[in-house]
Design a protein around this ligand. Structure first.
Ligand code: HEM
Ligand SMILES: [Cu+2]
Length: 648
């Protein structure tokens, strides 16, 4: 397919149509009517009623990055504590809490919601839809996440945070060994936050399958949208497993069931299976959309069509499926049968194949293009370096004999930070630089961005590379301090210094964002000369996304309209209510028109009721029925039929 695309076309991509005149397309009067129909209410109370995907998506992103900063500060506290032997800055109780909250929050409150946020913000734009399929459910999911995440961090402020690690193993997490409320807070909050992930997944799947603009058949979907689709299905299959696990544990602790208690026939290994059946795919739930981000950036900045579209789609889907067959590699040391371990060892190594295919496609795309090294591309280059290093140590620990040596040592801490920072944080930073102009209508400073990327890259390697060596020297993970004579002091001090450089690098981007929101240079509609539809709307996007939904004729509509914006559009949607096209699953042929609901406070009220129930559950099982009825009551009000158009 790539041969046909040819590179001649690709070589000279101009920056797209500088600005499509959205107003002239429909005329001033219609433009204002449509924008009024789709407008989000403003003001304090208005904020609680907003449902547009761009509003909710942006909130997910901002909230996730706030949790990233908080968890990052906890990481700095840990690094300070570990800088020198026999340090007494943090007590061992505090260290355990800080470590657990850092790990849990980074995974559940930062990485996944940040990916969901970009998916919710960008995917509907990319498929040319006017909003998501269930805008109110979307708002509900956000409030659940916000309240659950905040309660989780508050527990740390009250010194009652969970302290059994992010995978919360039993028997350590049983009532016998973990008294107090910490573990209960963990189990309820996890269940709670997963609820928000599930709602996001459902909406994304339906939006991508049914609301694509006419002509965007499955094989014209941007890779980012494919990645979001795969991520959403993975969430759907993986999350229930950890929800079941934490519900069991909650019941063990609250009403004395015996799922995990050995003396009464329960099984601690059951926890590990249920947790890792979710936990391994979780890593790929984070990684897969990141691969989509990387692909978007690679295509735009190489200025040529993607090499190997089909191969990339198959690789991403393949990674999604294979990742459900790897979970036991976290349990090599639990005494499982030899055959079982061998199977999972083979499967774990196999994941390197689709990963390799992707790297090959990216390199080939860059190779044939004329690469522009703007900031989003720099973050992607950093991603290549870090992520590939993490992948290599991954293949090492996938092997049973090697893993038995380094299990629970700092080698593993180094490995998973290379994968998670490489696979999630670097692409997310790229995404921030790439889509900031779209979301705000302003450019970020390239100068600050370059320095930020460089410092983060160097700081990251100084922090985490030494941990490989510490691990091989035998330093176990999850210890709050170590003896002088172990010889681990120098490398730990180096790692701590690196962590501060790393933090400084992130601070540069934070400053860049805060400054540029107001003072950045104005961004055109298509700020980077991208090929996909999010660049076809204004920057920031119109309330209705597209004043007229475009009709898609290839994989790169924006490049088709490069010379002159000759877009074909959908006409005839009503202006006085929120309408968007519904199309067929495979070919995206027009099928019907969907009317989307507008602003309402009920998702917020419902989320508060659900939160009260969940948080109460930590203290008494009676909150289960109370919460249930409260949520039910708010849902009745939420779904009360009051659509004005029914009267017509
Ligand atoms: C920003 C820089 C970061 C630093 C300096 C850092 C540092 C640390 C440290 C010192 C530990 C404790 C190791 C131990 O005592 O065993 C840790 C654990 C962990 N970190 Fe990070 N980290 C960072 C970013 C991240 C990110 C971005 C993620 C995930 C997206 C993450 C996920 C985890 C997890 C899952 C654990 C394990 C917690 C546990 O053992 O239960 N970290 N990190
Ligand atoms: Cu795994």
């Amino acid at each position: 397919m790539t041969a046909r695309d040819g590179t001649a076309e690709a070589r000279d991509h101009a920056l797209g149509p500088s600005s499509y005149d959205h107003q002239a397309a429909v005329g001033q009067a219609s433009f204002e009517r449509i924008e009024k129909t789709w407008r989000s209410p403003s003001g304090f109370f208005g904020w609680f009623t907003q449902v547009n995907h761009s509003a909710i998506g942006l909130r997910f992103i901002v909230t996730a990055f706030v949790f990233f900063i908080l968890s990052g500060l906890l990481a700095l506290a840990m690094r300070l504590q570990l800088a020198i032997p026999l340090n007494q800055m943090l007590s061992h109780e505090t260290y355990n809490q800080v470590m657990t909250v850092h790990g849990t929050a980074m995974m559940f409150l930062f990485a996944i919601p940040a990916m969901e946020g970009f998916a919710i913000y960008i995917a509907p734009l990319m498929v040319g839809a006017r909003d998501m399929a269930f805008p109110r459910l979307n708002a509900f999911g956000y409030y659940v996440y916000l309240i659950g995440g905040s309660a989780f961090f508050l527990s740390l402020a009250f010194g009652m945070a969970p302290d059994a690690g992010w995978f919360n193993y039993v028997p350590l997490a049983n009532k016998t060994f973990s008294e107090g409320y910490g573990v209960d807070i963990w189990t309820t909050m996890i269940t709670f936050i997963e609820l928000s992930a599930l709602t996001a997944a459902v909406e994304l799947i339906v939006t991508i399958m049914k609301l694509r603009a006419p002509g965007m058949s499955l094989d014209r979907m941007p890779i980012f949208v494919w990645a979001v689709l795969v991520m959403s299905f993975m969430i759907l299959f993986a999350m229930p497993s950890v929800m079941v696990a934490s519900a069991f544990l909650m019941m063990d602790r609250l009403v004395d069931t015996q799922f995990f208690i050995v003396e009464n026939g329960g099984s601690p290994l059951l926890w590990q299976h249920l947790f890792w059946f979710f936990g391994h795919p979780e890593v790929y739930i984070i990684l897969v959309p990141a691969l989509g981000i990387v692909t978007s950036i690679v295509v735009t900045f190489s200025g040529r069509p993607l090499f190997g579209y089909t191969a990339l789609v198959l690789a991403i889907t393949g990674i999604g499926m294979v990742s459900f067959g790897l979970w036991v590699h976290h349990m090599y040391t639990t005494g499982l049968p030899f055959m079982g371990r061998s199977f999972f060892m083979a499967a774990s190594s196999m994941i390197a194949i689709p990963s390799g295919v992707q790297v090959y496609c990216w390199i080939a795309t860059l190779w044939g293009g004329k690469v522009r090294f703007a900031t989003p591309m720099l973050w992607v280059l950093a991603f290549f370096g870090v992520f590939i290093a993490g992948g290599l140590t991954g293949v090492m620990v996938a092997s049973v004999p090697f893993d038995r040596q380094v299990h629970d040592s700092y080698f593993v801490v180094a490995h998973f930070h290379y994968v998670l920072m490489g696979g999630a944080v670097f692409p997310l930073m790229g995404a921030v630089y790439y889509w900031f102009p779209k979301a705000t209508g302003r450019m970020l400073s390239e100068h600050l961005g370059t320095w930020s990327c460089l410092t983060v890259f160097v700081g990251f390697n100084i922090t985490f590379f030494p941990m490989h060596i510490l691990g091989l020297q035998g330093m176990p993970r999850r210890i709050y301090t170590y003896l002088d004579g172990m010889g681990w002091g120098d490398l730990n001090l180096l790692a701590t210094a690196g962590a501060f450089l790393l933090a400084f690098g992130f601070a540069l981007t934070l400053f860049n964002v805060i400054h540029s929101v107001r003072h950045g240079a104005a961004a055109p509609d298509n700020a980077w000369g991208g090929s996909t539809l999010e660049w076809a709307t204004a920057s920031p996007p119109l309330n209705c996304n597209f004043i007229q939904q475009p009709v898609v004729e290839s994989r790169r509509p924006m490049w088709d309209w490069r010379e002159a914006d000759t877009r074909t559009v959908v006409a005839g949607l009503r202006e006085d209510r929120r309408e968007t096209m519904v199309t067929t699953l495979l070919d995206a042929r027009p099928q019907s028109v969907m009317v989307l609901p507008g602003p309402t406070p009920w998702p917020f009220v419902s989320a508060v009721a659900a939160s009260a129930g969940f948080i109460g559950l930590i203290f008494s099982p009676w909150f289960f029925p109370i919460g249930f009825f409260a949520v039910f009551a708010t849902m009745v009000l939420w779904f009360w039929p009051r659509h004005p158009w029914r009267k017509e």
